[in-house]
Design a binder for this molecule. Sequence first.
Ligand code: SF4
Length: 322
Amino acid sequence: MSLLEVNNLKVHFPVKHGLFSRVHAFVKAVDDVSFSIKPGETLGLVGESGCGKTTLGRAIVKLVEPTAGNIFFEGEDIARLSGSELRARRRKFQMIFQDPYGSLNPRMTVGQIIGEAIDIHHLAENSSARQKRIAELLKSVGLDPIYAQRYPHEFSGGQRQRIGIARALAVEPKLIVCDEPVSALDVSVQAQIINLLQDLQQKHGIAYLFIAHDLAVVEHISRRVMVMYLGKVVELAEAKAIISAPKHPYTQALISAVPEVDPETKRKRIVLAGDVPSPINPPSGCPFHPRCPIAEFPKCQAEIPALREVTPGHWAACHFAK
Ligand code: SF4
């Protein structure tokens, strides 16, 4: 059974159309997205900036209100929950952020930051149990419990990310949305944080939705990978299958840009023409058609390709994927 099942999720933001106009247009940040995550699984999510991956992650943990669709968490639709009903369930799904410093209150000590999460969900019986739990959490992310007395600005980027992970772990979540958690870190520190996330997953059985723009990182940590373009899922498959035999021309272009570890294997670089179109007024038919090197007209301009299972477990939204 799935831990998380997302069906036909849409997040559309109204924007003013024209300087003095009252007419609103909509940014279709997430447009009809469906997928699932099993307990203890990591699903990688990749795509260029502005493709909707962060908005999708935020919608799943209910930091953004969905416009339509369902988010079943352990069988219960949380898409429309709010107030106390949502608060009671929120500890099961947490988020860690690209910029841990921005998400840590600079006026609170590390102990207060982690303790706040424990307090909100009444997870410690008394003050000594609370202190013990904070110390355990810091140790579990590789930090000395003595750091509980210090403030976020006293730490490096990697250490701050560890504090963010400790705060998320404090409420014993079943799913963590990791929004580009290593993008701002040095490569050596990236590896440490990824290893830490994998160790914690093995120990606690946590599932991750791991968002990144770096396919090499996503391939390393994920069992399956999902690729988004202009608010839509264009490909979803096992990580190995997507890297070795991508079906969608957009994924093929993304993979062609990943540096090869083995210098003997040379991938032909596919350079896409133009920029990502505006999500306010996306292209007709296949949203990728203005940049697609193999687009066929008029079909690609007129017909939206469905996300279909091209080979077992390998889904792609392209009329010509084989
Ligand atoms: Fe390219 Fe057409 Fe496939 Fe879209 S449907 S990815 S435009 S070939």
